[in-house]
Design a protein around this ligand. Sequence first.
Ligand SMILES: [Zn+2]
Ligand SMILES: [Zn+2]
Length: 237
Amino acid sequence: MNFKKMLLDGIYPRCCPVCHQVVAPKGELICPDCVRKMIPIGQPRCMKCGKSLSDKTREYCGDCKRIVHQFDQGIGIYPYDDKMRESIENYKFYGRREYGDFYVQAMAHYGRPYIMRWKPECIQPIPMFPKKQKMRGFNQAEYLARGLGECFGIPVETNGICRVQEGRAQKELTAAERRGNLKQAFQIGHSAHPYRSVLLVDDVYTTGSTIDAAAHILKANGTGRVYFLTLCQGKGF
Ligand SMILES: [Zn+2]
Ligand SMILES: [Zn+2]
């Protein structure tokens, strides 16, 4: 931990991403009791999107059988349950930016074998609509991407793709409407480059429509392979 972080931890004690109380012992990112509740998604997982499968004889989840995804492969680390929903809500909307440090640690730890295999040339966070980012004060996906970039020594590109249109809130829409809504949402950014391999980073993967829309625009611009890593992921069926 660097000096600035130590100083800040002294003034604003770190809270736990699970119980939201001040973390003890000091210097940790999560309480020892709470970390035991953080159980990552295990096997079997969908070979394409990484969602957990109840039947280990199957290779793909129902979504991936039905939809031709634009991305090549990806995984989320934790199941998107009530605990994580609340944690991410606090991280995004209620100033608990320090939770991002625990998220990065978990994504780096459990995502390492995948990142080693995918060998991304750069990490790109899913961009936010600029006005929305200004209001929130930060892009939650960029915070994760920067942390991962630091861990793995991989450059982070925040201007490869940009968000050009503020559609209706995604959660109000059906899966089909989401896809249509997102098709126009991304545009190639001013520092786009035809990378061989890109890793997209976001907080949550649900239907995959956001990752697909971003992957589509990257591939249309000459990117070879597009992977994703998210903190959480919905269940497969
Ligand atoms: Zn706790
Ligand atoms: Zn799948």
